[in-house]
Ligand binder design. Structure first.
Ligand SMILES: NC(=O)c1ccc[n+]([C@@H]2O[C@H](COP(=O)([O-])OP(=O)(O)OC[C@H]3O[C@@H](n4cnc5c(N)ncnc54)[C@H](O)[C@@H]3O)[C@@H](O)[C@H]2O)c1
Length: 387
């Protein structure tokens, strides 16, 4: 390799993630962690003034600090290739994911988009087709799949250490919407409880989608049918803030999925239990460096992040020796690392990288289908509905 073709830092733009936003800053920190990409452009907020002020906070030059995402895209398209962004990160409220992602994919850019991917199945299908047509890389930040011990759990299921999977219980419990925050000026609560911006679901879309993705990633099981009870337990709320589902999987396994944002006092209690004929696994995101394995024929074992006996994918996802805590931002960075590996592979003319371990547009589309079927079941009076 000559100096000329040495790998370079990737360039990216961000849409959303301005002042006072939550997840955009997490994305930027996660991207910065491995020094593989730099922010060069943005359209960071819903109002032109706030967008520009947010871009100045991040030292964006004026000519790449845009008032809206359409100007950002138009500007990128007229720039020479050696200045152009490689990818865009979309961290807006849900209703903007589809138009922004579709426009950037159609223009040939790689995209990372937060979840839930889009509002409807039709939009999801259109995006899947656009990504296939353009051969672009598309990552969806189901960030919990980036935890090393989630990857270890996936490997233990895949390699048969649990035997045949019979039962999966996944819960995502939060308490921050236990009061009507959307009526008190909290903007994160306001858009999440507004069907026009959040989509057809509240808690099920916001955190139930993470639960669905976690169970699918670790177990590989496909939902065959489901039965859902959704409620808005806080008076006056327009979308569900609490959901309980029964799941039947192809092949006969059974599951339970809970997503609730009204568990007063609870923080981010995402937890998974997978049970097979040979044993069970338990993982909790509030204690993410430990994975508990209960074999049928011996004492329980606690596997820890950073230890040498973990699988290759789990080891690759760790940056610090065992015992030094890693967490949310590192898990996000692991999703990005997979996306970057794929973007670099495409640049080198390969279809994909061996390290492309990240949720893609198909996972996002499956998440949209999950939300749609869940809402359909709930609306039918909690009838069982086929996938
Ligand atoms: N993966 C995760 O763990 C995780 C966590 C939180 C949020 N999310 C997802 O991330 C997204 C953002 O959530 P959040 O909590 O950060 O919301 P937020 O309200 O804190 O931030 C949204 C940002 O988007 C900006 N925005 C709105 N309209 C825009 C427009 N037209 N152009 C440019 N920017 C615009 C807002 O000004 C704000 O800066 C949502 O899709 C949410 O579901 C994912």
């Amino acid at each position: 390799m000559t100096l000329k073709d040495a790998p370079r830092k990737l360039r990216y733009a961000m849409v959303g993630g301005g002042r006072d936003a939550f997840i955009g800053a997490v994305h930027r920190k996660a991207i910065a962690l491995d020094g593989q990409a730099e922010l060069v452009a943005g359209a960071l907020s819903s109002s032109p003034e706030k967008a520009r002020a947010s871009g100045r906070d991040l030292f964006l030059p004026d000519d790449r600090n845009h008032a809206d995402w359409q100007s950002l895209l138009a500007d990128e398209l007229q720039r020479p290739g050696d200045q152009r962004i490689d990818f865009v990160s979309i961290v807006t409220p849900n209703h903007l994911h589809f138009p922004v992602a579709q426009a950037f994919v159609e223009a040939g850019f790689h995209v990372v988009c937060d979840k839930p991917l889009v509002h409807t199945r039709e939009e999801a299908d259109a995006l899947v087709q656009a990504v296939a047509r353009q051969s672009t890389v598309f990552g969806v930040t189901y960030n919990y799949t980036g935890y090393p011990m989630v990857r270890q759990a996936r490997e233990m299921v895949r390699s048969g250490q649990l035997g045949e999977i019979r039962k999966v219980v996944v819960e995502y419990n939060q308490g921050w919407l236990a009061t009507r925050l959307e009526g008190q000026g909290n903007k994160q609560a306001a858009w999440r409880s507004d069907p026009a911006r959040s989509g057809s679901a509240g808690a099920i879309g916001d955190i139930g989608s993470h639960a669905e993705n976690l169970l699918a990633t670790v177990t590989g099981l496909e939902i065959e049918s489901l039965c859902a009870d959704l409620s808005a337990l806080v008076p006056g709320r327009m979308l569900d803030d609490d959901g309980s589902l029964l799941l039947r999987f192809v092949g006969g396994a059974r599951g339970v999925l809970i997503a609730s944002q009204v568990n007063a006092g609870i923080e981010n209690d995402l937890r998974l239990r997978v049970s097979g004929t040979l044993g069970s696994l338990e993982w909790r995101q509030e204690d993410p460096s430990r994975l508990v394995h209960y074999p049928i024929d011996g004492p329980k074992r606690i596997w820890t992040r950073g230890s040498p006996w973990l699988c290759e994918a789990a080891q690759r996802a760790s940056r610090l020796p065992s015992g030094h805590p890693e967490g949310f931002i590192e898990a996000f960075a692991n999703v990005y690392a997979g996306v970057f590996a794929d973007i670099r592979a495409r640049t080198d003319g390969a279809a994909s990288s061996a390290h492309a371990d990240y949720p893609g547009v198909e996972d996002g589309a499956r998440g949209v289908r999950f939300i749609e079927r869940t809402v359909a079941s709930a609306k039918s009076g909690s009838q069982w509905v086929d996938w």
